[in-house]
Design a protein around this ligand. Structure first.
Ligand SMILES: [Zn+2]
Length: 358
């Protein structure tokens, strides 16, 4: 007998996470303690429960100013390497406790330098924290691998520097490059030298595209920035009519099976879609697009990988087949070497799902 597809069972399933922001996933209690340690005085609440609620409500308010204010606070308390290490360690532990077996967590290291931390030290603190958290998770019987994606901010001009860090630290836990920040007005091929550097080094990249902006942005991410995966990418649905043929770019994204790092709750919060039920994740998955399900910002959205998968499954009528398919797709799209990918598939993901499906 298969286990019922509920939150408890989904938590036990071995899951793969491709799109999660380090500065969007802090524990509220940690935000408070780091603020206290560093003398940060701008937090809007003084206890963990009220602070967690504030983050969700501010992100939910429909006001971009309040939404961005949430990151001002999380980044504000991460301006020392020991704070970054702690946040990264807890991220690995929290994801492992949620049943995630491989995660790629992203951060823009340039945002961690305002307090005087050199950018290399910020990267090393992220990697140290992931390594420490993963080691503790393994000792607790919930092994996880966590790779770091380094984001360059679209509106800033440090792309080449960040691309260089991706290459420099790729044997130490950095798995790829991302572009984050305002999608509209800052195209992903704006600084060709950074893209060329990544191309020459054969470095992996995923690019936020098709979240705030539409088809043209997705095309530029693929053709201009040579993205292997699309961060969100859901606006490809603009070329997927209810009936009739797909538009040319949607046809290509489907045919080439470009992985879409879909984060439904995040899209609902930013007002792109009115609800999970009305989100195109179900339609895209049904048509065979390479949909994966992600959290984006666990603190701001109040979500976990388990919760997000369970909610999408409930809203779109998914069964275990669908949950396993999106998991195996995420693993196939992960920036892992082939031996590790095969090990996770054969020894962890497939046996884990088989146990649940009976
Ligand atoms: Zn994102």
């Amino acid at each position: 007998m298969p286990a019922p597809l509920d939150v408890d069972a989904v938590r036990r399933a071995p899951k793969v996470l491709l799109h999660d922001h380090l500065d969007g996933g802090l524990r509220p209690q940690t935000v408070l303690e780091l603020a206290e340690e560093s003398g940060y005085r701008d937090l809007p609440a003084g206890d963990a429960e009220a602070l967690g609620t504030w983050f969700r409500q501010a992100a939910d308010s429909g006001s971009l100013v309040r939404y961005l204010e949430t990151f001002a606070h999380t980044v504000g308390v991460m301006q020392r390497p020991e704070a970054v290490r702690r946040v990264a360690r807890e991220c690995a532990l929290d994801l492992a406790a949620d049943g995630v077996v491989h995660a790629e967590v992203r951060m823009a290291p340039e945002l961690l330098t305002a307090g005087g931390t050199p950018i290399e030290e910020a990267v090393e603190a992220i990697l140290d924290g992931f390594a420490q958290g993963s080691a503790e998770a393994a000792a607790a019987g919930t092994p996880i691998s966590v790779g770091a994606l380094l984001c360059a901010m679209r509106q800033a001009d440090r792309w080449e520097e960040v691309a260089g860090l991706v290459v420099r630290y790729r044997d130490a836990g950095v798995v790829g490059f991302d572009l984050a920040g305002p999608e509209i007005g800052f195209p992903p091929d704006r600084i060709p030298a950074a893209i060329a550097l990544l191309d020459r080094a054969g470095a992996h990249r995923t690019v936020h595209a098709g979240e705030a902006a539409g088809i043209d942005s997705i095309r530029a991410a693929l053709d201009g920035a040579h993205a292997e995966r699309l961060g969100h990418g859901v606006r490809i649905a603009d070329e997927v009519p209810g009936e009739g043929p797909l538009g040319p770019l949607a046809r290509r994204v489907l045919d080439e099976q470009v992985p879409l790092e879909v984060a439904p709750s995040s899209n609902v919060q930013t007002g792109a879609y009115p609800s999970i039920a009305a989100h195109p994740v179900g339609r895209l998955h049904r048509l065979g697009f390479a949909v994966t399900v992600n959290t984006d910002n666990r603190l701001m959205s109040g979500v976990s990988v388990t919760g997000e998968l369970a909610d999408v499954a409930a809203a779109h009528g998914w069964g275990w087949d669908d949950v396993q398919t999106v998991t195996e797709r995420a693993l196939a799209a992960a920036f892992l070497d082939d031996a590790e990918r095969a090990r996770l598939l054969d020894d962890v993901v497939r046996p884990g799902f088989a146990a649940l499906r009976g």
